[in-house]
Design a protein around this ligand. Structure first.
Ligand code: AMP
Length: 237
């Protein structure tokens, strides 16, 4: 049983890295942002509650986030473990997590703010299947159309200058202290998130003492994931 947390600022590739880790190790990926995006896209009651907050780049309230995470983990579809990305994002969420689950490791993806801006503002998402693109690193074959399903590519509602500024501020004010808390209690590894995704994944594996990337699990799927740009959006959970 493996339990990992992947932390990193927007655009650091935490969704992509979590998906690669999950696929290859046959563990379950839990992406909190992705769960919220699914609810917004499907116009659920929860989606209506979080849409505006997300679009402004702000954090959803702790009670709601904790309920969503708790409910998701309680599904117990993670016989071999899980990797969670996008949670915790502040001290209270970290404490909630530390009280309930023993973690194997926390992976911190480190990316300078100027690179975050460059990546996030070039990010696009398929409105149909959710695959993510980056107009610098992973352009679609046909402009504006998804390579996988042909769906229209859209900008995430929260990938604007204003929302990004709010998210970076929140990250440094609220999420950086979580790393300090984790460092006192958990095994934290910090990895440079600037190289291309497979290289970052290789470093994560080495730091965690795992077999090299691609030597376990279902390679067809991992190849597709490896092609994806280093952005946060990930396959739906
Ligand atoms: P992400 O895909 O991780 O960037 O998350 C997208 C958005 O979902 C964030 O900007 C928040 O509005 C919301 N969100 C995701 N995870 C959390 C969390 N742990 N706490 C509060 N809000 C969150």
């Amino acid at each position: 049983m493996r339990k990992y947390v992947l932390m990193g600022v927007q655009g650091s590739g935490k969704g992509t890295q979590a998906a690669m880790l999950a696929h290859d190790l046959d563990i379950t990926q839990i992406s909190v942002g992705e769960i919220f995006r699914w609810h917004v896209q499907n116009h659920t009651k929860l989606g209506a509650q979080v849409r505006r907050v997300m679009a402004a780049g702000e954090l959803v309230g702790d009670d709601l986030v904790e309920t969503v995470v708790h409910t998701r983990i309680e599904e117990h579809d993670w016989n071999f473990g899980f990797v969670i990305d996008g949670f915790p994002r502040n001290r209270r969420q970290a404490e909630f997590f530390l009280e309930s689950y023993d973690l194997d490791a926390v992976v911190h993806l480190d990316l300078p703010d100027d690179e975050v801006r460059r990546r996030v503002l070039a990010r696009r998402l398929c409105s149909v299947c959710g695959v993510d693109y980056n107009l610098m690193a992973h352009r679609p074959a046909v402009e504006g159309r998804c390579d996988v399903c042909g769906g229209a590519l859209v900008t995430r509602e929260d990938d604007t200058e204003e929302a990004l500024t709010a998210r970076l501020r929140d990250y440094h004010d609220k999420t950086d202290p979580v790393l300090d808390l984790f460092r006192r209690k958990e095994f934290v590894v910090t990895v440079d998130a600037r190289p291309e995704p497979t290289e970052v994944q290789g470093t994560i594996r080495a730091e965690l003492g795992l077999p090299p990337y691609g030597q376990t699990g279902e390679t067809q799927g991992t190849r597709r994931i490896a092609r994806r740009a280093s952005t946060d959006a990930s396959a739906p959970v």
